[in-house]
Design a protein around this ligand. Structure first.
Ligand code: SF4
Length: 244
């Protein structure tokens, strides 16, 4: 895949070197064309029983903002519903709000958010323009601990409804936790990267291609893996383009 001068500048802003490094990294991961279908997510009876699977955007956001379905409601400052274009083709999914997100009510703010914005620009995208960003969990786990399975189970219907309302053409999951949750897998992120997975919020839905990549917060701690994240974005872009 060739890149423009502008994209090259964006890559430099991400701290990524020459493209040949990226191709090499992709080759080491076993190529980008392998197709691995993910098991369809189970339709939660809780979502149907509570009417979440019928809600429009406004009702869903209001419901999330007052949700007390799990213990995280006691320690959050506010819920972090998601942000972006509600008709977007691209859906980016992270794990859960951190401290800054909890304070501001928006996902991916601060240093990790700026890196994500630069990554989006590198492939010609921007937050809010054909991109929607959400987390698996809508409330911050205390001290950024890993989410409990029960918390994920309680919160999952909200994300499933966001996917159903959005009907994105592509999902990019960022980080091990979000990837394992969405794909219902316990595989490592190294095994999940470099392949096109598929997700269905409900068995009757069309399969949506899913690309797995690193969480921007991880990339800040491990900048040597930024080249791999660029390879993931290239795979995401080519997968998206193949649908048109
Ligand atoms: S994490 Fe999800 S399920 Fe738990 S209180 Fe927040 S919105 Fe509700």
């Amino acid at each position: 895949m060739s890149i423009s001068a502008e994209q090259r500048a964006r890559l430099q802003a991400m701290g990524i070197g020459p493209v040949w490094v990226l191709r090499h990294a992709q080759a080491e991961e076993g190529g980008a064309d392998e197709i691995a279908a993910a098991p369809a997510a189970e339709k939660t009876s809780a979502a149907a029983a509570s009417g979440i699977d019928q809600m429009d955007w406004d009702t869903l956001e209001q419901t999330v903002s007052s949700c007390t379905a799990c213990g995280l409601c006691k320690t959050r400052t506010q819920t972090v519903f998601g942000v972006g274009d509600q008709h977007a083709d691209w859906l980016l999914i992270g794990e859960a709000p951190g401290a800054e997100e909890d304070a501001r009510g928006e996902p991916f703010v601060g240093q990790a958010g700026r890196l994500l914005d630069n990554m989006l620009k590198a492939v010609g995208l921007a937050r809010g323009q054909n991109v929607y960003i959400a987390n698996v969990l809508k409330c911050r786990p205390p001290n950024n601990r890993n989410p409990e399975p029960s918390e994920v189970a309680q919160c999952a219907p909200y994300l499933q409804r966001q996917v159903a309302l959005l009907q994105p053409k592509l999902i990019v999951v960022m980080g091990r936790f979000a990837a394992q949750t969405l794909l219902n897998s316990d595989a490592s992120i190294a095994n999940l990267r470099g392949k096109v997975h598929h997700y269905r919020a409900h068995p009757e839905d069309s399969a949506i291609p899913v690309i797995v990549t690193y969480h921007p917060a991880y990339l800040l701690r491990t900048p040597t893996d930024k080249a791999k994240s660029w390879a993931d974005l290239c795979l995401a872009q080519s997968t998206f383009q193949q649908q048109h």
